[in-house]
Design a protein around this ligand. Structure first.
Ligand code: ZN
Length: 326
């Protein structure tokens, strides 16, 4: 004879099965009609002020945004908690058509498999766009990239390099630029409708610096905060790539040159890159709460300084999230 608790567990088994079945169908049919407006959307951060472990230890982990152009809904660099942050804001994941991963680092890729798992369950086929090392290092698993499909979905994994040109929906196309990072890394440009949108992921721009006492220093040799820069040589092809861009989305790591400048962009190099270009708007992405610093103590000031020097509208992504209509 089953006792009361056993009976309840049998009932719960049935209920759980029913809920899953019901929700599975709901999920598959959940795709809502896309709004006409195009946008770049950064979901809000979920790291509270009191969360010292994330703010001090892993402050860089949260990253990623959605770029919508026509019927293209591109998830870009899904870092840690990207899916949770998007769904908390009510974003409909099943509308995503493409996932771009610039490189293998966790803050650009950690949630790729999570996102793909959802897409598989929602029966929404997605194109993954990433350099070879992302697949080689199984940052996105063969199962989740659709290379070993088990579910009836039609994902495709596209390997990109500097010569790739990808046709998106509605006549948009995507081209790529190799960046200067510690691992293989690419930025992209989306073109169409006479407008160009460029995303620079993690990159340095300076090759060598000349100090005020005429000492030549390779960017890879900087071990300290460096202010006394007289001149420098750059990776000019990156500047060339965004010559015709209207909007630039970029990550910034510091104001001056530091030891991180061999793999990340200092603000002074951004000012160099945007000089003599037609950029109308700059979005500083990947701005996370670090330690006891308030967001306003850094991101806003970076944006303010870029505007002061360049007179280009510049925004730093807010901790509460941002939606930029483009
Ligand atoms: Zn990186």
């Amino acid at each position: 004879m089953r006792d009361k608790l056993e009976k309840e567990l049998v009932e719960l088994d049935k209920r759980r099965l029913n809920i899953r079945k019901r929700y599975k169908n709901k999920l598959i049919n959940s795709k809502k009609k896309l709004n006409q407006k195009d946008y770049i959307y950064f979901p809000k951060s979920i790291v509270s002020e009191k969360n010292h472990q994330l703010r001090y230890g892993l402050s860089w982990l949260q990253n990623g945004f959605i770029l919508k152009k026509g019927n293209n809904v591109i998830a870009v660099d899904p870092g840690v908690n990207f899916v949770l942050r998007l769904t908390e804001s009510g974003f409909d994941l099943s509308n995503i058509t493409h996932i771009f991963i610039s490189h293998t680092h966790l803050d650009h890729s950690a949630d790729a498999n999570v996102l793909m798992d959802f897409m598989i369950r929602a029966r929404a086929s997605v194109k993954i766009i990433a350099p070879k090392s992302v697949y080689d290092e199984k940052v996105i698993s063969d199962f989740h990239s659709g290379l070993k499909p088990k579910f009836p979905v039609n994902h495709s994994a596209i390997i990109i390099d500097e010569n790739s040109e990808i046709e998106l929906l509605d006549g948009y196309k995507m081209t790529f630029v190799p960046l200067q990072h510690s691992v293989e890394c690419y930025g992209f440009k989306i073109s169409g409708n006479n407008q160009n949108y460029t995303y620079l992921s993690d990159t340095s721009y300076t090759r060598e610096l000349v100090t005020k006492n005429n000492k030549i220093i390779s960017i890879t040799d900087i071990t300290y905060y460096m202010e006394n820069v007289k001149s420098k040589s750059n990776y000019n092809y990156i500047k060339e790539f965004l010559k015709d861009s209207d909007v630039l989305i970029t990550n910034i790591d510091s104001y001056m040159y530091t030891k991180n400048s061999k793999t990340h962009l200092p603000l002074l190099d951004l000012l160099e890159i945007i000089k003599d270009n037609n950029i109308k708007e700059i979005i500083i992405a990947h701005v996370n709460p670090i330690g006891e610093l308030k967001y306003e103590e850094w991101g806003n000031k970076l944006a303010k300084y870029v505007y002061k020097i360049s007179k280009i509208k510049t925004f730093a992504v807010k901790i509460s999230g941002n939606k930029f209509y483009i």
